[in-house]
Each structure stands twice: as C-alpha cells, then as structure tokens.
Write a protein that binds this ligand. Structure first.
Ligand SMILES: CC(C)(COP(=O)(O)OP(=O)(O)OC[C@H]1O[C@@H](n2cnc3c(N)ncnc32)[C@H](O)[C@@H]1OP(=O)(O)O)[C@@H](O)C(=O)NCCC(=O)NCCS
Length: 207
C-alpha cells in the first residue's frame, strides 16, 4: 500500500518506522503508560523491537488490516506518539493510541486521533469505530469524548492485570455520528478533562 501521510496544524502522522523503536520503548516503560495499556514491566527492548517490526510490516501487505501511525511534532520533528487502527471485518475497526508522557496535556492526541478517524471513515470507508479504555483511564476517556464517541457500556473484568481484574468502557461511533458532529468536535477540542472523583477503596464514588 502507498504510504499514508496525514497532517494536522501541529502534527504529521506517517507509517511507523523501525527507527521509532527507541522512542516507543521509552514510552512503553513509563509506569503510567504501562498501567493504562496493561504492559508488564520491565519490558525488554527485544520485545518492543518485535512489536515494532510487526507494526512496520503490517503496512507492507497489499490490503493491510492494521495501520500503525507514528505521530511526529511538526515544529521539531520529535516523535510524540502513535495511533493505530485495527480492522475487524471490512466496515468496523478498533482505534488505539498512546503519547509519550512529555507530550501529554497539549491536545496532541485529540488532534491526531481525530485526523485518523476522519481518514478511516472517509478513505477506508468504515461504518463504525470503537475503543475500549480501562475505566480508570480518565485521559483516554476524555480524548474519546472530545472526539464525539459515546460510552456504550462497561465490559466487566475485561483485563486481568497484575492480579487485578479491571473493567473497561466500550466507546463507539458510526460514520453518521462523525459526519453530523463537526461543529461539536470543534467546540470540544480544547475541553478540559473531568477530574477524577474521590476514590473509596480504590473505586470511584459515583461509578
Ligand atoms: C490517553 C492519552 C493519549 C491522552 O493524552 P492527553 O495529553 O491527556 O490528551 P490530549 O493530547 O488530547 O490533550 C488533552 C489535554 O491538553 C489540553 N490542551 C492544552 N493545549 C491544548 C491545545 N492547544 N489544544 C487542545 N487541547 C489542549 C486539553 O485541555 C487537555 O487538558 P486536560 O488533560 O487538563 O483536560 C495519554 O494519557 C496516554 O498516552 N496514556 C497512556 C496510553 C493510553 O492510555 N492509551 C489509551 C488506551 S485506551
């Protein structure tokens, strides 16, 4: 497949490369990232290398099923994160993403993932896209809600990480939702995250 390059005012999204390995490995080793993504630490460079190789070669087959974008900041060409789209059938996909912690709180992921959704609906012709963050992942939930995804349910015990059973939200949207919500997205783009509520015994008070 021809390389797909997407651009936003502050970012360039291009197919992931082997040379992104170090930056990706640094991101994965961050405890908050590892906890959000259910990665066990320590995570070896070799393991990350295998993942990066698979991600790079996923682009090379004639009709890719997995699209891994690196997110690079325009002003200094620094690698700041990645966004991936995994097809499930021909009309539906899951979206996933991660940012290097130094790049959090600047609106980069809302900008980058929004561009990828636009591409996936318009160019891949998808009908539905969904995501499934762990219920404690307030930052990811905020990104999905700024993009206009709706919370459709809770998947109980969706992962078992370090012996802890964790529920995940199911968020989703259809192409119709996306097309009808342009103005809403613009308004929400810089919206602040809902700060976490008080926790009681590790659980949210109002969930
Ligand atoms: C999930 C993740 C990508 C979210 O990152 P994030 O930085 O919170 O999200 P954005 O890049 O969209 O930034 C939004 C924040 O930037 C702020 N912001 C600052 N300048 C901005 C600008 N110019 N434009 C838009 N927003 C801006 C927003 O107000 C918001 O702030 P808040 O966090 O105080 O509410 C990040 O936390 C991460 O990589 N986590 C680990 C991996 C992970 O959880 N992946 C998802 C698994 S489902």
């Amino acid at each position: 497949m021809e390389p797909v390059i997407l651009t936003t005012p502050r970012l360039v999204l291009r197919p992931l490369r082997l040379s992104d390995l170090r930056a990706i490995h640094e991101q994965e080793r961050h405890p908050e990232v590892a906890w959000s993504m259910a990665f066990s630490l320590p995570r070896s460079l070799e393991r990350t290398r295998r993942w990066v190789r698979a991600a790079v070669s996923a682009w090379k087959i004639p009709a890719p099923r997995r699209f891994y974008f690196s997110v690079v900041r325009r002003k200094d060409r620094r690698w700041v994160g990645l966004v991936l789209v995994v097809l499930e059938g021909s009309e539906r996909a899951e979206v996933g993403y991660g940012l290097a912690p130094h790049a959090w709180g600047k609106g980069y992921m809302t900008e980058a993932a929004g561009k990828v959704l636009e591409w996936a609906f318009a160019v891949l012709g998808l009908h539905r896209i969904h995501a499934n963050p762990w219920t404690g992942n307030d930052r990811s939930v905020a990104v999905l809600e700024r993009l206009g995804m709706r919370r459709e349910g809770v998947m109980r015990g969706y992962d078992l990480f370090q012996g802890v059973s964790r529920d995940h939200f199911l968020y989703g949207m259809t192409r119709d939702d996306w097309n009808k919500d342009r103005l809403g997205r613009l308004k929400r783009q810089t919206q602040k995250r809902q700060k976490p509520n008080k926790r009681i015994n590790g659980k949210r008070k109002n969930r």
